[in-house]
Design a protein around this ligand. Structure first.
Ligand code: PMP
Length: 397
């Protein structure tokens, strides 16, 4: 029967990654994949992680099964990291399960939504992280888009977004990014979070928040402010968190799925459904990465070190955003790129066309995904002039 299968094209970003690896140009620049890079272009293991791993090596006593929900201490610590010292947490209305990465969490969320309402549609920002479509599609849910990013102003289409959300019915789910929107870098202000919270109260739809970059935008608490506002005011909420970026644990697959309902009793029931969903997908999550996160978050010294390292990353990204705008001005790149300095997290769109993106790759070995999304952290002091000059030449052609 396997002869019936048709080849599936490689994910465009992963394809670019392989091309970049094979490229022998010493000046090559990779702005494609969403991985944090330091000034030398590397993604080293965080020092706090190394220390926590050392402790774990010495103190781990068993490799026996972990259980469907994963590491219980990790789940509690992640609940506080995402929701803070929140009344809803204290009222036992939120429960969290450890998952294999943010992707695993989203897949659990998809199956959980399907159990809650088999006819639910998931509304996602236009544009959004491409994998959202695959994950919800794989669970048999229909995905619909609402206006979000405006390529004319390189800002939000907030009014259009509000008009569409005002038509979303009860029983549907609206997915928002907690912070550092991937791919646009454009986040809602707290006032805008309040407006969408009010629409959900009126319409009765449920929010699912994808939180993959907490700590990469303005700060750990600041980046969770939207989630916490929703948790404060709404009866129901789902949050899918990832520790891939903020703990640099990409390949160790660390994530968390949180469910909030109107009462502690209802949350117990919802949680039992989530665990049942997990049992049928991967049974239980891998232990190592989450244990490392739990070690860090529960040990004041390691936590302080981790927060310091995270702040270094955040400061570097925010500094780079202004630096890129300066360099583009210095080299007369045509157009106004001031918006880059105003956006959050690792990503922004350059807003250049496919032909320019192709020429940048073919003639300069500068790798940018087809949508013109760049990973800001791929820029550094050694490649910024090269990038700006190449862009100026290509766009002035
Ligand atoms: N959501 C968004 C918006 C992301 O950008 C990513 C990572 N690229 C994820 C979820 C999933 O992350 P993970 O690697 O933890 O599965």
């Amino acid at each position: 029967m396997f002869e019936q299968l048709k080849p599936v094209p490689t994910d465009p970003i992963l394809g670019l990654m392989s091309e970049y690896k094979a490229d022998t140009n010493p000046k090559k620049v990779d702005l494609s994949v969403g991985v944090y890079k330091n000034e030398t272009g590397d993604t080293p293991v965080m020092r706090a992680v190394k220390k926590a791993e050392q402790i774990r090596l010495e103190t781990e006593t068993t490799k026996s099964y972990l259980g469907l929900a994963g590491d219980v201490q990790y789940n509690e610590l992640m609940t506080s990291l995402v929701f803070g010292d929140h009344a809803t947490v204290k009222a036992n209305r939120i429960k969290t399960a450890q998952t294999p990465g943010g992707t695993g969490s989203l897949r659990v969320a998809a199956e959980f939504i399907k159990r809650s309402n088999p006819n639910a549609s998931i509304w996602v920002t236009n544009p959004t992280w491409a994998n959202h479509f695959s994950i919800f599609g794989a669970a048999g849910l229909e995905t619909k888009e609402f206006p979000y990013f405006d390529f004319d102003t390189m800002g939000l289409k907030f009014d259009e977004m509000v008009s569409t959300l005002n038509t979303v019915p009860a029983g549907d789910v609206v997915l928002l990014h907690a912070c550092c929107h991937n791919p646009s870098g454009m986040d809602l202000t707290l006032e805008q979070w309040q407006i969408v919270a009010d629409i959900s109260k009126k319409q009765g739809f449920t929010f699912l928040i994808d939180s993959a970059y907490q700590g990469f935008g303005k700060g750990l608490d600041e980046d969770a402010a939207g989630v916490r506002l929703l948790a404060d005011q709404l009866d129901e909420l789902l949050v899918c968190a990832s520790c891939s970026k903020n703990f640099g644990l990409y390949r160790d697959r660390v994530g968390a799925f949180s469910v909030m309902t109107a009462t502690a009793e209802q949350t117990e029931i919802a949680y039992s459904v989530a665990l049942n969903v997990i049992r049928a997908i991967y049974s239980m999550p891998p232990a190592h990465g989450a244990a490392v996160v739990a070690n860090i978050l529960s040990n004041p010294e390691l936590r302080a070190l981790w927060e310091e390292e995270l702040q270094e990353k955040r400061t570097r990204i925010n500094g780079l955003r202004s630096y890129i705008v300066e360099k583009f001005k210095e080299h007369n790149v045509p157009g106004n790129f001031d918006f880059i300095a105003k956006q959050n997290g690792m990503f922004s769109f350059l807003g250049i066309d496919k032909e320019a993106i192709q020429t940048l790759k073919d003639d300069y070995s500068i790798y940018i995904v087809g949508s013109s999304r760049i990973n800001v952290a791929g820029v550094n002091k050694s490649n910024a002039d090269y990038l700006a000059k190449a862009l100026a030449t290509v766009l002035n052609k």
